[in-house]
Design a protein around this ligand. Structure first.
Ligand SMILES: Nc1ncnc2c1ncn2[C@@H]1O[C@H](COP(=O)(O)OP(=O)(O)O)[C@@H](O)[C@H]1O
Ligand SMILES: [Mg+2]
Length: 184
């Protein structure tokens, strides 16, 4: 394996080693967890605002636009697609959405957790090559299934993990040292 590939792989492994631990504030890490409810009228707006407040406060303001779009899509998915697991569902109560933000010097992790253990349908491969998409009319592009695709395009990595109590978290990682992205 050449040196560039080895460096890239060790960067990925280092990133994933960080994903499940809370960042240490003394090492420049920041953490925020917020619970929202799917049935509130302003859930998506609050999620976008919290995202901006966290990122600006953590010195990662350059990610605000992309992360707000991604959080909107992930929260909308909880609102539109989730049915809580039977053992988590409370009759007549609202569905929980737990947002997690973690910032390290090199990465930001965004997690959107819900109470439904059904996995999201993460797109594998592209329906159309990126170079062609701009030239296609809206009519031939699919009406649904774009939210996770947008997340995959804007974040460095998108995946999901099951929660022990039931439900799952959809995770995104944004890299802070992307070439061409200037600090705000
Ligand atoms: N949090 C979620 N829980 C369960 N299923 C999900 C969730 N998010 C997405 N999905 C599934 O993945 C599919 C693709 O999601 P997405 O790309 O956002 O497209 P859309 O929301 O337009 O269908 C959804 O149609 C749904 O079946
Ligand atoms: Mg969606």
């Amino acid at each position: 394996m050449d040196a560039a590939k080895t460096k890239h792989l060790s960067g990925e492994l280092e990133a994933y080693a960080h994903w499940f631990v809370a960042p240490d504030p003394a090492a420049g890490g920041q953490f925020l967890a917020v619970t929202l409810f799917a049935e509130s009228d302003n859930t998506a707006r609050v999620a976008r605002e919290v995202t901006a407040v966290f990122l600006r406060g953590a010195g990662a303001g350059e990610l605000v636009d992309d992360a707000q779009l991604v959080v909107s899509e992930l929260v909308a998915n909880v609102v539109n697609h989730t049915v809580p697991d039977r053992r988590l569902a409370q009759p007549g109560s609202c569905r929980r959405i737990d947002l997690t933000f973690k910032k390290y010097p090199k990465w930001v992790f965004l997690g959107v957790a819900d109470e439904d253990s059904t996995p999201p349908l993460l797109p594998v491969g592209d329906a159309f090559p990126a170079s062609l998409v701009g030239g296609l009319s809206e009519a031939v592009l699919p009406d649904s299934g774009r939210g996770l695709l947008i997340a995959q395009r804007l974040a460095t990595s998108v995946w999901w993990s099951p929660e022990e109590r039931g439900g799952k978290t959809v995770w995104c990682r944004f890299d802070l040292d992307r070439p061409g992205v200037c600090s705000a």
